[in-house]
Design a protein around this ligand. Structure first.
Ligand code: HEC
Ligand code: HEC
Ligand code: HEC
Ligand code: HEC
Ligand code: HEC
Length: 154
């Protein structure tokens, strides 16, 4: 199946939420890490998920442990406190919409198509509102994916 890149469309001017730690995507992608290393469900799960503090700390015991932003990670790990990353892309629970990462990965829709070029971002910024039925349905119709109400609403 070839999926057309209606994708993000023109970039929408949405605010980027502030994050508790200055994590930088580009630095980590350049260091060779893959998206699924941290977002473990992005290809095989419903939710992409966020990395645990232990996952960050395990590597940063060796990598620049004295960097001030990394020290915040190490402290959270010692105190067994989670890092409360602000949500960037979200469909509110109240919408009762089922979104599924796995279905899209299997159909060959790339992260880039919906999230923009995160690999060259510092902080992950929203490129479009993902809680937008018109956008979902338009791509589904163009790619012969289901536009049945019950595919997305239950
Ligand atoms: C080393 C771990 C790590 C890797 C590798 C990583 N990310 Fe992230 N990602 C994070 C963290 C931490 C955040 C939250 C901070 C931020 O927004 O920058 C995040 C946030 C995001 C978000 C926004 C989450 C939300 O709430 O909507 C998206 C989308 C995302 N990443 C996509 C990607 C993609 C695509 C790749 C591969 C090109 C990738 N990430 C690689 C750690 C990682
Ligand atoms: C597998 C190893 C690995 C993991 C896992 C990892 N990092 Fe990193 N991180 C690196 C490397 C390598 C660098 C670049 C080091 C350098 O500049 O020499 C880096 C750099 C950083 C920096 C400094 C960024 C800058 O501006 O230069 C921060 C902050 C950071 N990481 C936070 C995190 C957080 C938070 C997580 C978990 C979400 C994480 N890292 C997971 C390897 C890792
Ligand atoms: C078809 C569009 C689409 C594709 C392709 C896609 N995402 Fe998402 N992503 C979304 C939507 C929509 C949400 C919000 C889901 C929600 O709120 O339930 C989301 C949420 C996320 C989040 C926030 C955490 C979570 O689990 O909700 C991360 C991280 C993320 N995506 C990473 C990725 C990565 C990495 C890829 C590629 C492997 C990817 N996404 C592919 C649409 C997409
Ligand atoms: C860029 C194109 C694109 C966008 C945008 C998109 N989808 Fe999809 N979606 C697909 C494709 C392609 C499939 C796979 C269809 C198949 O396997 O037959 C799919 C599959 C699905 C499935 C699984 C359907 C099933 O019957 O198994 C659900 C649920 C779904 N999408 C929900 C959404 C929602 C909700 C949104 C918006 C938040 C969205 N999609 C945005 C292309 C897209
Ligand atoms: C491909 C996925 C998808 C399909 C198919 C779909 N919807 Fe939606 N729907 C969504 C998303 C995403 C939202 C946005 C939720 C939000 O606003 O937060 C939504 C929102 C809605 C809303 C809330 C009102 C609004 O616009 O804010 C209604 C009502 C609705 N859909 C009805 C339907 C009906 C009826 C059908 C069948 C004709 C349908 N939907 C098919 C994904 C889908």
């Amino acid at each position: 199946m070839t999926v057309s890149l209606v994708g993000c469309g023109p970039r929408q001017n949405l605010p980027t939420p502030e994050q508790p730690i200055a994590y930088d995507h580009q630095v980590h992608i350049e260091a060779g890490l893959e998206c699924v290393r941290c977002h473990r469900g992005a290809e095989e799960g419903v939710h992409a998920g966020m990395p645990s503090v232990q996952a960050c700390a395990g590597c940063h015991r060796r990598e620049i442990p004295d960097h001030p932003e990394v020290q915040k990670v190490m402290l959270a790990n010692e105190n067994r406190e989670p890092i409360l990353w602000a949500k960037v892309n979200v469909i509110p629970d109240s919408a009762m919409v089922h979104f599924n990462h796995r279905a899209h990965a299997r159909a060959g829709v790339e992260c880039l198509t919906c999230h923009g070029d995160v690999a060259s971002m510092t902080v992950a910024a929203p490129v479009r509102n993902v809680a937008d039925m018109g956008w979902c349905v338009e791509c589904h119709r163009e790619n012969e994916a289901s536009d049945d109400c019950l595919a997305c609403h239950r």
